[in-house]
Write a protein that binds this ligand. Structure first.
Ligand SMILES: [Zn+2]
Length: 123
């Protein structure tokens, strides 16, 4: 049975690590619960972003004059929902490096979407 902190081998059933004093009875159950729930959020956010993107695409293909009201406002709402989910995706990522990469990608995408949509909405 190795210590979770310093990886020193300890006797089976030892209460504390002989090297660093780490509590050997500690089990990272809270961590795995958090990781599971954030994984669920991650799946939800990705699904919502994906579905709203597909819905927008479908409306553009299926509805003539989709760029006129009221479809224009449905599109705008879907677009907001999609962006919101994309912003939340990096928040649900637990790995620090992936989280930072996610934030950078999201920031670039959001800036791009805002730019193209503001242009579209004001034209
Ligand atoms: Zn230890």
């Amino acid at each position: 049975m190795n210590c979770l902190r310093c990886n020193t081998p300890n006797e089976e059933g030892a209460k504390f690590c002989k090297n660093c004093g780490m509590d050997m009875t500690y089990t990272p159950s809270n961590e795995s619960t958090n990781s599971k729930s954030s994984d669920t959020f991650l799946i939800i956010f990705i699904s919502v972003a994906f579905i709203s993107a597909i819905a927008q695409f479908a409306i553009q293909k299926l509805v003539d004059n989709w760029y006129e009201s009221p479809t224009k406002y449905i599109q705008a709402s879907l677009w907001l929902l999609q962006n919101l989910s994309f912003i939340l995706i990096p928040l649900a990522i637990r790995n620090k490096t992936l989280k930072i990469v996610g934030f950078i990608i999201t920031a670039i995408m959001v800036i791009y979407w805002v730019y193209t949509n503001v242009e579209f909405m004001t034209s």
